[in-house]
Design a protein. Structure first.
Length: 691
C-alpha cells in the first residue's frame, strides 16, 4: 500500500507540476471558494480553530474579531494538521500538502477495502484505487471544495454498510466491528454531505438485516456506528449550538427549493464528458451539452468516466436479467439505485424539499462519489474473477491499460504555462503588498476594507470575486482586517453604514474608531475606485500603498490614540423577514425580530425609531427584553412610525420582536406573504458611552 500511496501522490505532483520547492509556495487555485479554504488554514495556524471551542477569528472582523461559530466546519482535525504545516512553512504549502495527501489516502483506503475484504487481486485493486482517487468529481473540486476531496471515508463507509447488511464477521471485538465504528467516527468528522448519504445506506443495511438474518451482532454494531457518527458530528460542530449568539438572525446560508433542483443529480451528466476533455471527440459532447442545456449546477462533476461507465453497463447487465427473472438483485445495484433515486432531479430530494421544507442538502449531485465507489468496487471484483486464469503478464498489462485509460480520461489536459503564471503573479503581488502594509503600519493595526462585503456567499459588485478580501489576511502576520464578519449579523452593521458616508466623512469616522488604513479593492468599483482615491489624495491622504499589480490600494490614516467603539445607527432584520427587500421595503411574513449589537461593556440608553409599512389595518406591537411592550399602535393601512423614547440596551446582542396580524398575499412569484414591512430604522444614543 505504501507504493500505491506514493504513486497516487506522484500523479498529483506530475499533474499540478509541483516539482520544485518554489512551486509548492503557490496554490493550485487562487480565486473564489479557494480563498475561504486558505483563510481557514491560516486561522488554524494562528490557533483560532479548535474542536469544542467557539470559532472566533482574531485578525478578522476588526475591531471585534469574526465569530464564525454559526458557520462551522467539521474538518477541524484536518485543519489542525494543516495549520501546523502552515506554521512551519506557509498557508500555500499546507494546502498543497493537504491535497496531495488526500489523493493518497483516497487510493489507499479503496485498495485496502477491496483487497482485504473483497479479495480482489492486487493489480485490479490498485487500478480501482487510482481510478477512485482521481475520479472526475473528486479531482476537479480541488482546493475550492477542499473538504469534498477527502473521500477515503466513502469506501470505508460502504464497507461498514456491507458488513452490517449481510456479513457474519461481526463478532465480539474483532476487526469487523472496529471497521464499522471507525467508519462512523471518520464520517462524523468529515464533510456533512458524505455523512448524510452514508446514514441513508446504513439505514437500509439495518433494515435488510432486520428483515433478513436478524443477527443481533449486526444490528448492534450498525446502530452503534450510527450513534458514534452522530455524537462525533455534534461534537465537532458543537460551536453552532453552544456559542452562536444569533439564533434570531437570518441564516448565513440561503437555501431554498430551487437550489435542490439546480444542484440535484442530473443522470445524463454521469455520461457526459467535460467540454475541456483532453480528447476532442469526447470534449465535443461536453460542449454540445453546454450549448443545449438551459440550466446546469456543478457542471460536469457527476461524470463517471469511461471506465466507470463500463462498470455501470456491466452492473446493469447483471441486474436487469435478475430483475426480469424475479431473482435476488446485486447489493451494488440496490445501493447505487437508491442513491440515484434520492439525488436525481425530480427524485426524493425534491419531494422532501417541496413538501417537507428539507433543503439543507441541496447539492445532491455529490452523491456520485458514492455511486462511483460502488461501481468501481463491483468492476474490479468482476475483472479480478474474469482474469483469474490469465497469464500474469496479461493481467498486469490489462490492469495497467485500464488504469492509464481511466486516469487520462478523468484528469484534465496538462495545464498551460499561462494559468500558473497568472497565479504566481497574483500571489507575488499580494505578498509584496502585505509586506509593505506591515512595514508601513504598527503591529496589530486595524484595516478597514472596501467595498464592504458580508461572509459567506455574497455577490460582490462589479469584477470583485467572493472572498477576495481574504487576500491581505493570508499573507500578513499581525494586521487586523474588517472583512470576515458573518452577514445578516448586527455586529457588522456599522461597516455598511460607514461605507455609505462620503469619503472624507468615512475616513474621519474610521480614524475615531482607531483604523490605521483604508483598503480599497479596485475591482469592486465601476471606476476602479479612482474618484474615491482622488478625493482622499486631494484632502491630504497621500500616504498610499499600492499592490504591484495595481488592483489593491491602502490609504494610510491617522487613528485616534484612544479609539471609540463602532456604534451602529440602525437595527438589523432577523428571524421572520424575507431575504430581499422589495422596492426598498423589507417585508415580514409573520411576527419578526430586529437585532442590535451594543459593543459597550455597560448598558446604553437609546431612542428607537421605526418606519413601517402596513398592508392593512392591524395592531403592531414592539417588545424588548422579557417581552416588555415598548410601543403599540392600532395602525391603518399605509405608513406607520413607531417611536420608543428610551430603552436600555444590554451589552452584546439585543433582540426586539414585532408582532402584527396575519399576513396578506401580494405580488407574483416568491415572497408573497406580507404582514408588515420595514422601511428604515434609527438607533440614537441618549447617554454617554456611544458615538
Amino acid at each position: 500500500m505504501l507504493a500505491l500511496l506514493a504513486a497516487s501522490m506522484l500523479i498529483w505532483v506530475v499533474q499540478t507540476d509541483r516539482w520544485t520547492a518554489e512551486a509548492w509556495n503557490y496554490p493550485t487555485v487562487y480565486s473564489g471558494d479557494a480563498f475561504e479554504m486558505l483563510a481557514r488554514i491560516k486561522a488554524s495556524s494562528e490557533g483560532d480553530i479548535w474542536p469544542l471551542r467557539p470559532q472566533r477569528i482574531a485578525r478578522l472582523g476588526a475591531p471585534f474579531g469574526a465569530d464564525w461559530s454559526a458557520y462551522p466546519t467539521p474538518e477541524k482535525l484536518q485543519l489542525l494538521f494543516l495549520g501546523g504545516v502552515a506554521r512551519l512553512s506557509n498557508v500555500f504549502v499546507a494546502a498543497n500538502v493537504g491535497l496531495m495527501l488526500a489523493f493518497g489516502l483516497n487510493a489507499t483506503m479503496f485498495y485496502w477495502v477491496v483487497r482485504r475484504w473483497l479479495r480482489v487481486r492486487w493489480e485490479w485493486a490498485m487500478t480501482g484505487a487510482l481510478l477512485f482517487a482521481f475520479n472526475y468529481s473528486i479531482y476537479h473540486r480541488g482546493l475550492a471544495h477542499f473538504s469534498f476531496v477527502f473521500t477515503w471515508i466513502v469506501p470505508l463507509g460502504l464497507l461498514a454498510c456491507w458488513l452490517v447488511a449481510k456479513s457474519s464477521r461481526l463478532r465480539g471485538w474483532g476487526l469487523g466491528p472496529a471497521v464499522c465504528l471507525a467508519a462512523g467516527i471518520a464520517l462524523g468528522c468529515h464533510n456533512t454531505y458524505y455523512l448524510f448519504f452514508w446514514l441513508q445506506l446504513m439505514g437500509w443495511a439495518l433494515l435488510m438485516q432486520w428483515l433478513g438474518p436478524r443477527r443481533p451482532e449486526n444490528l448492534r454494531v450498525g446502530l452503534a456506528a450510527i450513534g458514534v457518527a452522530l455524537v462525533v458530528f455534534f461534537a465537532v460542530n458543537c460551536e453552532y449550538w453552544l456559542y452562536s449568539d444569533s439564533a434570531d438572525a437570518l441564516p448565513l446560508l440561503e437555501r431554498n427549493y430551487g437550489g435542490t433542483e439546480r444542484y440535484a443529480l442530473k443522470v445524463v451528466e454521469m455520461f457526459i464528458p467535460p467540454g475541456a476533455h483532453r480528447a476532442d471527440l469526447l470534449a465535443f459532447f461536453g460542449q454540445r451539452y453546454s450549448r443545449w442545456s438551459d440550466w446546469r449546477g456543478e457542471e460536469y462533476l457527476p461524470y463517471l468516466g469511461l471506465v466507470g461507465l463500463a462498470g455501470l453497463v456491466w452492473l446493469a447487465g447483471v441486474t436487469v436479467p435478475r430483475l426480469l427473472r424475479g431473482q435476488k438483485l446485486p447489493g451494488q445495484a440496490l445501493a447505487a439505485g437508491w442513491l440515484v433515486a434520492y439525488g436525481a432531479v425530480g427524485g426524493l430530494t425534491n419531494l422532501l424539499a417541496f413538501f417537507g421544507g428539507f433543503y439543507a442538502f441541496r447539492a445532491t449531485n455529490r452523491v456520485v462519489v458514492f455511486v462511483a465507489a460502488i461501481i468501481l468496487a463491483f468492476l474490479v471484483v468482476r475483472l479480478s474473477r474474469l482474469s483469474a486464469r490469465w497469464p500474469a503478464w496479461l493481467r498486469y498489462g490489462a490492469a495497467l491499460s485500464v488504469a492509464i485509460l481511466g486516469i487520462a480520461d478523468q484528469l484534465p489536459r496538462a495545464e498551460t504555462i499561462e494559468p500558473r503564471t497568472t497565479i504566481r503573479a497574483a500571489v507575488n503581488s499580494d505578498r509584496e503588498f502585505a509586506r509593505a502594509l506591515e512595514a508601513g503600519l504598527p503591529a496589530g493595526a486595524t484595516v478597514f476594507q472596501l467595498p464592504v462585503l458580508g461572509f459567506p456567499e455574497v455577490t460582490p459588485p462589479w469584477r470583485l470575486g467572493d472572498y477576495e478580501h481574504f487576500r491581505p489576511y493570508l499573507l500578513s502576520q499581525t494586521l487586523h482586517f474588517s472583512y470576515g464578519v458573518p452577514k445578516f449579523r448586527p455586529r457588522g452593521r456599522w461597516q455598511t453604514e460607514t461605507q455609505s458616508l462620503p469619503p472624507l466623512a468615512m475616513v474621519h469616522r474610521l480614524e475615531k474608531l482607531g483604523f490605521a488604513a483604508l483598503y480599497i479593492n479596485r475591482k469592486g468599483y465601476e471606476d476602479n475606485g479612482e474618484k474615491m482615491i482622488e478625493t482622499l489624495t486631494a484632502a491630504g491622504y497621500n500616504r498610499q500603498i499600492r499592490s504591484p499589480l495595481g488592483g489593491q490600494v491602502a490609504v494610510l490614516l491617522n487613528p485616534a490614540p484612544v479609539p471609540e467603539l463602532p456604534f451602529a445607527h440602525g437595527l438589523t432584520v432577523g428571524r421572520g423577514w424575507q431575504n430581499r427587500p422589495i422596492k426598498g421595503v423589507r417585508w415580514a411574513y409573520g411576527d419578526a425580530s430586529l437585532l442590535y449589537y451594543n459593543p459597550n461593556p455597560g448598558r446604553v440608553k437609546v431612542r428607537l425609531w421605526l418606519q413601517l409599512e402596513v398592508p392593512r389595518t392591524q395592531k403592531i406591537t414592539l417588545t424588548g427584553k422579557d417581552s416588555v411592550v415598548l410601543a403599540a399602535n392600532d395602525a391603518p393601512a399605509g405608513e406607520l412610525a413607531l417611536t420608543v423614547k428610551e430603552v436600555e440596551l444590554e451589552p452584546g446582542l439585543n433582540t426586539f420582536e414585532i408582532a402584527g396580524g396575519a399576513p396578506v398575499r401580494d405580488g407574483p412569484g416568491r415572497n408573497q406573504l406580507r404582514a408588515f414591512g420595514l422601511v428604515s430604522s434609527e438607533v440614537k444614543p441618549i447617554a454617554a458611552g456611544a458615538d
